[in-house]
Write a protein that binds this ligand. Structure first.
Ligand SMILES: Cc1cc2nc3c(=O)[nH]c(=O)nc-3n(C[C@H](O)[C@H](O)[C@H](O)COP(=O)(O)OP(=O)(O)OC[C@H]3O[C@@H](n4cnc5c(N)ncnc54)[C@H](O)[C@@H]3O)c2cc1C
Length: 404
């Protein structure tokens, strides 16, 4: 009988989705000696998006992966955030590191993190871009997978990391998965830098339940996001060109820099436009298939733990798979270890996020008034003092240690 480790090393595993979760999973499974293939629907890595922060368990995992220095060096250079009105008048500003600032000490562009993760495994893992799973069927001892490109292959495990709109999840888990819609859609896209763009991020509320957020990047472009109130099905099932048209129509008369943004959206090569929904699933695995990242338990950017969970879930899933020959036990342990942390992250205070997206002009005036109060020297200094007096935050998650 070969030792268990040898048996594991012969397991070939398919990961579907090459973003933060899929790439982290690929790194750890390769690290434990598995043969890994990653299939990604897009023709190349999707590098769009704004700043994300790598903190808590994600930071510990990044250190274990040896990429902490690279992440530090890829700082977005953002000085802090300014809340402005539709005339671009600054209502409040919070510098980087201030407890009320969304600019954290350690921030990186989402695309830069994706690149760093990919570089770790590009010559160790087999990557297939521009393809996706079209059929999946479980057989005794393996799973048969067919791909849009015509290929068929067998894998011992299939791991889904396809993000919130995962189509393989729909194939395997059918309608077991539920979505908790937060009433908003968000678009991320990269635009040309203009004179109004500085090292400060700018947040602007506009009537219609719209928030524009423009953030600097270290590449001489600007990272834009538009978040808007909408019915859950308002922009579902649209192809990318239809998405662009619908989004442009929704924002073009909103004031501030909306005409500029509408024009940029219409010529954007890569637009990420998704509903803000939390993914609630009673199961994260079925047979030889498991899911991780947003596909399994999306918390949305509102919860502020998206990257954390996109790295933590794969780290645990890979560690558990490596620790036993029984994939059912591995999948069970993976969920046991992560579930309560996910549920905690999915709890939002009452009224959040919709209170921050008023629809009427009066509502926008009211929120701008609140920004002015929060931005006053008195409140800012008070927040700073309170945060200094606070004890160091308790560790939010005890990272399991797996044998190398
Ligand atoms: C282009 C882009 C920009 C983003 N920008 C931001 C941002 O600015 N701020 C923020 O907080 N979050 C952003 N996100 C979401 C963020 O990356 C995730 O919420 C979080 O990091 C969880 O990552 P994930 O790997 O689980 O899912 P995702 O990051 O959503 O990645 C899923 C990956 O799977 C691929 N995929 C989808 N369907 C299939 C399929 N059927 N077969 C194969 N591959 C498939 C997608 O192309 C994508 O590469 C962005 C995501 C993308 C894809």
């Amino acid at each position: 009988m070969p030792p268990a480790q040898d048996k594991q090393q012969r397991k070939n595993i398919l990961i579907s989705g090459a973003s933060i979760a899929g790439l982290t999973l690929a790194y750890w499974l390769n690290h434990y000696g598995f043969e890994v293939t990653v299939v990604e629907k897009a023709a190349e890595l999707r590098l769009g998006g704004q700043n994300i922060d790598v903190k808590g368990p994600a930071w510990e995992i990044a250190q274990k992966m040896g990429i902490a220095q690279k992440i530090r060096r890829a700082d977005t250079t953002e000085a802090g955030i300014r809340f402005v009105d539709t005339k671009n008048k600054v209502l409040a500003e919070f510098p980087k590191g201030h407890p009320m600032s969304m600019t954290q000490e350690l921030e990186i562009l989402r695309g830069d993190l994706v690149k760093i993760l990919y570089e770790l495994t590009e010559d160790k893992v087999s990557y297939r871009f521009g393809d996706h799973i079209t059929g999946i069927s479980e057989q005794a001892g393996h799973t048969e997978v067919s791909f849009a490109g015509g290929k068929k292959a067998e894998y011992s495990l299939v791991l889904i990391a396809e993000g919130i709109g995962s189509s393989t999840r729909a194939m395997v888990f059918k309608d077991v998965v539920k979505f908790r819609y937060l009433g908003l859609y968000t678009a991320y896209f990269t635009i040309e830098k203009q004179d109004t763009d500085t090292r400060w991020a700018r947040w602007c509320n506009a009537p219609g339940g719209i928030v524009f957020l423009l953030r600097p990047d270290p590449y001489g472009t600007t990272r834009a996001s538009v978040t808007l109130k909408a019915k859950e099905k308002a922009y579902k099932n649209l192809d990318p060109e239809q998405q662009k048209k619908a989004l442009t129509a929704a924002i073009k008369d909103a004031g501030w820099e909306a005409p500029r943004l509408a024009e940029e959206i219409s010529k954007s090569g890569e637009l990420y436009f998704e509903r803000l929904s939390q993914v609630i699933s009673p199961v994260w695995s079925k047979g030889r298939t498991a899911m991780t990242g947003d596909a399994a338990y999306c918390v949305t950017p509102i919860a502020g733990k998206g990257t954390d969970l996109a790295m933590l879930g794969p780290y645990i899933l890979a560690g558990e798979i490596a620790g036993t020959d029984d994939h059912q036990l591995a999948f069970f342990n993976y969920r046991q270890k992560l579930e309560s942390y996910v549920r905690e992250a999915q709890k939002l205070p009452p009224g959040i996020p919709l209170l921050v997206y008023p629809e009427s002009r009066t509502g926008v005036r009211l929120i701008n008034f609140l920004f002015r109060i929060f931005g006053s020297r008195l409140v800012k200094n008070l927040a700073l003092r309170l945060s200094r007096n606070k004890k160091a935050p308790a560790k939010t998650f005890e990272l399991p240690v797996y044998k190398d």
